[in-house]
Design a protein around this ligand. Sequence first.
Ligand SMILES: Cc1cc2nc3c(=O)[nH]c(=O)nc-3n(C[C@H](O)[C@H](O)[C@H](O)COP(=O)(O)O)c2cc1C
Ligand code: SF4
Length: 422
Amino acid sequence: MPVVKVLTEGIGEFDLRDIAVYRERGGYVQWKRALTEMQPADIADITMRSGLRGRGGAGFPTGRKWSFLPNNGRPRYMVCNCDEAEPGTFKDHMLLEETPHQVLEGILLGTYAIGSHHAFIYIRGEFERGYRTFVAAVDAARAAGFVGEKLLGTDYSVEVTVQRGAGAYICGEETALINSIEGRRGEPRLKPPFPAVKGLYGEPTVVNNVETLATLPHLLERGAEWFASVGPERSPGYKIVSVSGHVRTPGNYEVPLGTPLRELLAIAGGPRDGRTIVAVQPGGGSSACLFEEHLDLGYDFDTMAANGTMLGSGAVVFFDDSTNFVEAALALVRFYAHESCGQCTPCREGGHWLEVTLERILNGGGLDSDIDMLVAVSHQMTGLNLCPLGDSIEPFLASVVKRFEAQFRSYVRSPQREAITA
Ligand SMILES: Cc1cc2nc3c(=O)[nH]c(=O)nc-3n(C[C@H](O)[C@H](O)[C@H](O)COP(=O)(O)O)c2cc1C
Ligand code: SF4
C-alpha cells in the first residue's frame, strides 16, 4: 500500500501542536535556514522546479503563480486559504488542528518567497478548534522569535493575521475570500484583474491552499528533485486524499500522485460487505463521476482531466450499488443552489430550478422530459458565470443521469406519472 507520511508525519503519534515537540522533530529549521542562508528567489526557484501544483482545486503550478506578481514596489500579500467547504474535502482542517506549526512554517516560507511581509490565513467559521489551535501556534511562534520584527537578527519582519469566515462556501473562491477579508460581501470579483495583479486591498496577492503551503518546508528540506521524482512528470509529489462514501475506513490518506483509484479504495478498507463500487467522484462535489471501468486509472491531475473529470482538492467519494443517484444528485444540487452568491442569473436561477425539478421527480410528479431537461439546463448554466461555482452542477449531474438513467426514469414511470399523462 503506498501510504506515505510527509505532511501527515507524526500526526496521531506526537502532540505537534506543542512548538517544542514540533521543533524536536525538525520544525522551523527550514524557516531559520531561509531567513539566514537563502534569498526569496531561492525558495521560489525550488518551488518552481519541484513542479508542485496547487492543492486547493485548480491544480495551478505554485511557482508559476508566484511569478505573475508584478515588480511594482507595492506591498504584496500572501493569503492562505483554509475555507475548506468543498463537499468531501477534510484534509486542510486536519492539518490546521493536528500540525499547525507545519502550516505556519509553510505560510512564512511562502510569504518570504514572494517578497511579502504580511500573511493572512482565512479559516472557515465552523473550524473553531482549528482556529484556536492556530492562534495559539502563532503566539508560540512569535514568542520563539519566528514571527514579528527583524527576525533572527535579520532585517526581515513578518506579520500574520488570522481571519475567520462565517460559513459561506463561496468565500473559498479566492476573490470572494479577498472581499471577505476586506469586510465586503463575500462574492467573487470579475477577473481579470487577477489577485496577482490586484488582490487584497488592491495590491498584488497570492492565494494558496493550506496543503500547498504546508508542503514548502519539505521542499526546502529534501529538494525539488525529491518531489519532482514522485508520480507522473506533470503531476508530481504526494497528496493528502480525503476518501469517503461507501468505504469501510474513510479518512485522510497521503499517497504519491498517480496511485490507482482501486488502491485508494483498498487503502480506505474497500467496499462494505456484499457491496460493489459502481461510481467514484474523484475531485469534490463539482467533479464528474467515473465508474467501475475507471478504477485502474492513476489518481493525478492530468489522468483525471483526460478522462473528463478532475482531481480538484483531492476529495474521493466512492458509491456502491446501494446508492440512489437521484437522491445523491439532489443533495449536491441543493448544496450548490444554497451556496450561490446570486450575482449571476444562470447560477442563481438554474440551481434553484434544478433543485425543484429533482424534488418533483423524487416525489413522483416528474415527466420523462424532465430527465433530459435536467441535463440540458445544467449544461446551459455552464460557462456563463463569474466563477466556477455556477459550472459545478453539470459534471456530476450529467454523468450520473447518463450512467444511471434507469434510476431516474424509474421515478417517472410511477402511477402518479400515468395519472398526469392520462
Ligand atoms: C466555489 C469555490 C470554492 C473554493 N474553495 C476553496 C477552498 O475552500 N480552499 C482552497 O484552497 N481553494 C478553494 N477554491 C480555489 C481557490 O479559488 C484558489 O484557486 C485556491 O485557494 C488557490 O490555491 P492553490 O493554488 O494552492 O491551489 C475554491 C474555488 C471555488 C470556485
Ligand atoms: S457563479 Fe454563482 S457563486 Fe459564482 S459569482 Fe456567479 S452567482 Fe455567485
